[in-house]
Design a protein around this ligand. Structure first.
Ligand SMILES: [Fe+2]
Length: 209
């Protein structure tokens, strides 16, 4: 919890200019000073490499991608955007939680994992989800709430001080918007099997994350 307080202070006291904010990799390094986080990361990475050796042909891109995601009632462009990650392993570290209310930015996990995927199938998913992302916010939110009511996805309430590890390549996921306050998370993505034909990197550059 001390590391999280240090991270939030570094973010809160940084200038508004994006280029002067703490880099997400530097934020992750603060967490890696702690034995518990380092061991969890090593174990999750080793498990993912072992799974990939059995199930994923080709070479994995080893460089992790670090992203800080902030959501509040104004910044909601990433809310209600269902998608698969390009990477096999995702670690979600909550840094700041919004007040408990109907929509507080919680993670939503869709129930049925995709069990196999071709590069073409993966690109088609990315195109479909890209179109979904362009829908008006109210439409995206209605679709999410519909999926929740029908039990297609489940809400994952998170806690500060915990780390959430999942295979975002196989499990479709999304998150609620934030009605009050701010939600802040660090996301680390590991092991890109190269099934997106560079689309994901292009999207990340365009969105500036
Ligand atoms: Fe994701």
């Amino acid at each position: 919890m001390q590391a999280i307080a240090e991270i939030n202070e570094a973010i809160d006291t940084s200038p508004g200019n994006v280029s002067e904010r703490p880099h997400p990799e530097a934020i992750a390094e603060i967490l890696r000073r702690g034995d518990a986080f380092r061991q969890l990361e090593e174990t999750a990475c080793a498990d993912t490499r072992a799974m990939a050796a059995r199930a994923v042909p080709g070479v994995l891109r080893p460089e992790p991608v670090h992203v800080i995601r902030c959501a509040d009632p104004v910044r909601r462009r990433d809310s209600h955007c269902r998608h698969y990650d390009s990477h096999l392993l995702t670690m979600l570290i909550p840094l700041k939680l919004a007040p408990d209310c109907a929509c507080n930015g919680d993670l939503l996990m869709y129930r049925r994992p995709r069990l196999s995927v071709s590069t073409l199938g993966n690109v088609m998913c990315k195109v479909t989800h890209g179109i979904h992302r362009k829908l008006p916010f109210e439409w995206r939110k209605w679709l999410t709430l519909h999926d929740l009511r029908r039990g297609h996805c489940a809400r994952v309430p998170v806690q500060l001080g915990s780390v959430y590890v999942f295979n975002g390549f196989a499990l479709k996921h999304s998150n609620l918007d934030v009605e009050m306050g701010q939600r802040r998370s660090l996301l680390i993505h590991y092991y890109d099997p190269g099934h997106s034909l560079g689309l994901s990197e292009l999207v990340r550059r365009v969105r500036g994350v």
